[in-house]
Each structure stands twice: as C-alpha cells, then as structure tokens.
Design a protein around this ligand. Structure first.
Ligand SMILES: *Cc1c(COP(=O)(O)O)cnc(C)c1O
Length: 404
C-alpha cells in the first residue's frame, strides 16, 4: 500500500477493470484511447473490482486518506504512479454558514469550498485525472471546448504533463480564463456563441488533427472519476451520515453525476447504507435546460437558445449526459432550481459580508436556490444541507469591481 500522506501515490493499486456504457451497457477496455461508447455514442463509466475493494478498505481507510484525493487511487483509473500529473490537490474544507442558518431558519448549513484547488476551481479534480490517464495512454495533445474554468485547468495540467493543449472558448468568456490558458502555453481559439459553438469549431479542427484527444465533459470518461472524489470526501467529512440535501450548480453535470456514482460505490463497499441526499441541480434562468426538463419530467433536456449568465460555468445549453443528471434528481427525489443573475450578484456580496467567504457566482447560485427551497418548504429546519462553492470568487473580479 502507498504512503497515504503525500499528494502523489508511490504505489497505485488501481482496481479499475473496464469501461461500461451508461446506456447500452457495452464493455470497453480501459487501455484504449477512447471517448464515448463505440456502439451507441453515449457516455462511458469506469468500473472497478469493488468486491476485492470491500475486502481491503474500511471507513478508517477512507478517513486516513484525508490529505489528497490521490490517496483514493485504488478507486481511481490511473494505474501507474508515474502517470500522476499533480499540482498539489488537497481535500477541500467544509465550512459551516452560521449567519445563513439564522436568516433562513435552518439548523445545519455547510458549504464545500472548492476554490482551494489548483487553478482556483473544482475543474482541477476532473482534469488532473483526465490528463494523468491520457498521459498513461500515451496521448500527447488534448483539446477541449470550455465555458471557462475547465479550459484553465486543462491548460495548467497539460503544461505540467508536457502536452499540447488546444482550447476552444466563447469570445465573451471572463478574460481571466483566456489569460490563464495563454499563460500556461495553450493554443486558444475564441469562438462567437456558447460552449456548443466552441465544440462545433473544435470538431471541425479535429478533422485535421487526428492526434488531438477530446476531453469534453463526459465524452471523456475519467474527468468524472476526478469529480467523484467529492462524494468520498463528503462521506468522510460528514462522518458517514450524508447530508439530507446537496445543492450543486450544474453545467455539464460532472460533479453531480460523480457524487452520485461515489455514493453507489461506497454502498457496494459496505461503507454507507441505501440512504441518499436529495440532489438539487441549480442553474441560472439565463440557461436552465435541466430545470426545464425536470419541471416537465423529461428524461433528457432540449438545447437552450441564447444562453447567457454571469455564472459562466453554468452556461451549457445542452449537457451531453443530461440523462444522467436528471436520473440522479428523480431517483433521489431532488429538485432543479433556476435563479436570476441579479440574485446571484447580491448573494456573492451578502455571503462575503456575513460569512467572510468570497464565492464564485456559481456557488452563490446555490445559496439563492436554498432560500427558494426553504420558502417552498422543500428544505426544513432540522435537515443538514450542503452547498457547493465550485471556484474561488477571486476568479471573477468583475463581480466585486462592478459593485456601486
Ligand atoms: C464548470 C463549472 C460548474 C459546473 O460544473 P459541471 O460539472 O460542468 O456541472 C460550476 N461552477 C463552476 C465554477 C464551474 O467552473
């Protein structure tokens, strides 16, 4: 077993067995460079030998892994320690929001602050994993369409791995995201429109560059594995009694789907029971395809026209794995909530003032959504609530600089 105090495992012992299609169930080798299911084109999901895992791990094992998510390597896809590309990822803190508890009349409200991760957003989890696995598979160039933070994270990890990165990003993405990509040496192309248009442009360019490996949200199977570690961390941080409600700002949905997967794995490992948090997807009313589909009880979403929001991470007109997000919402008896950009702006300021935490707009959106759920009596006194701040507020200086 590897030394569980470093951010880089010496010995990995991954229990990865294969990739499985999330729709048709087809099995694929985890040693091929591939993105989606070759039979039906849908998202793939990594599978592990959890029967063996159950004989090895315990709650204490997970607890003692509390310095870095790489310590969960047994349940991660990277198979050789030397493949790991790390910028020093740490387990992120869960903070209690006592002022918010008082004003909302709730007993326990927490926020997991993902702004502590490299490149200032939780995109680091997924892209650390994707770049590490790509390196292991011999990939030398990666490409991505991004609404902002994923681009910055990919550019940084690719630089660290010595890989080429090709980034396609909406022309009106926050300047800082474009700047951080260029700073780390990535090739950046600005595209008019949203992430959907950026993806269109990338797919055009990819035809001339067969060596580019596409790490688009959930078209690449391992970013999900990185995001999954949030679910493991939560189980440990809440002492194996998961929160009653989790509010997550959903764009492509990797984090929500990842936590949902983590809870299932922990159940199979015998570490938690059948209980699950009610999962809530939060979006901006300027781009709320998941909320609309949820309200109409649909299995998939429809592309959102004219997507606009200051919460740039939520500006995803149609998530590739929308069916997985919606399934988690329905199965957990959760909700989907849209909030206004003005409400988000005000929440960034009020949480900064009342709690000393400078949230990103996506994180502030979960605060607004919680207030709405309390007003509708869908979250009540006595319940434990977990919000997500998915990036450092400092990555969005325009929000505080614009204050009157
Ligand atoms: C990408 C992003 C999101 C949405 O995450 P998904 O996993 O795509 O749903 C939320 N907040 C921030 C800050 C992001 O960068």
């Amino acid at each position: 077993m590897f030394q569980r105090l470093t951010t880089k495992p010496d010995d990995v012992n991954s229990l990865l067995t294969h990739l499985e299609c999330t729709v048709c169930g087809d099995r694929h080798s985890p040693h091929d460079v591939q993105t989606v299911c070759r039979s039906c084109g849908k998202a793939l999901s990594a599978r592990y030998d959890l029967v063996k895992g159950k004989q090895i791990v315990s709650r204490e094992w997970f607890q003692s892994a509390s310095s870095s998510f790489w310590n969960y390597a047994m349940f991660l896809p990277v198979e050789k320690a030397e493949s790991v590309v790390s910028l020093g990822e740490r387990v992120t803190p869960v903070l209690r929001l006592t002022s918010l508890e008082k004003t909302m009349g709730l007993s326990r409200v927490f926020i997991k602050d993902e702004g502590h991760l490299p490149t200032g957003s939780f995109k680091a989890r997924g892209l650390a994993m994707a770049v590490s696995k790509a390196k292991e598979l011999g990939v030398t160039a990666v490409c991505i369409p991004s609404a902002g933070n994923a681009a910055g994270a990919l550019a940084a990890y690719a630089a660290r791995a010595g890989m080429e990165a090709h980034i396609f990003i909406p022309a009106d993405t926050p300047e800082i995201n474009v700047a951080e990509c260029r700073a780390t040496g990535a090739a950046v192309e600005l595209v008019n429109g949203t992430i959907a248009d950026a993806a269109g442009r990338m797919n055009q360019q990819k035809k001339n560059h067969p060596d580019w490996f596409d790490v688009s949200t959930l078209k690449e199977p391992y970013r999900l594995e990185g995001k999954k570690t949030m679910g493991y961390e939560i189980a440990v941080q809440f002492d194996w009694k998961l929160p009653d409600v989790i509010l997550y700002p959903a764009g492509g949905g990797t984090g929500l789907i990842g936590m949902w997967k983590a809870f299932r794995e922990l159940e199979i490992l015998g570490l938690i029971g059948k209980e699950r948090p009610r999962m809530v997807a939060v979006q901006s009313d300027g781009c709320a395809p998941i909320v609309k589909a949820f309200e109409q009880q649909q299995k998939e979403s429809q592309p959102w026209a004219d997507a606009q929001t200051i919460a740039s991470g939520l500006r995803v007109p149609k998530a590739f794995a929308d069916y997985m997000i919606l399934d988690a919402l329905y199965t957990s008896k959760g909700h989907a909530v849209a909030v206004k950009d003005d409400e988000i702006r005000r929440a960034v300021m009020s949480v900064a003032r009342d709690e000393g935490l400078y949230c990103c707009p996506e994180g502030a959106a979960t605060v607004v959504a919680l207030r709405k759920l309390v007003q509708r009596s869908l979250v009540r006194h006595g319940e434990t609530v977990l919000l997500f701040n998915t990036a450092a507020g400092n990555k969005y200086p325009e929000i505080i600089l614009e204050q009157p």
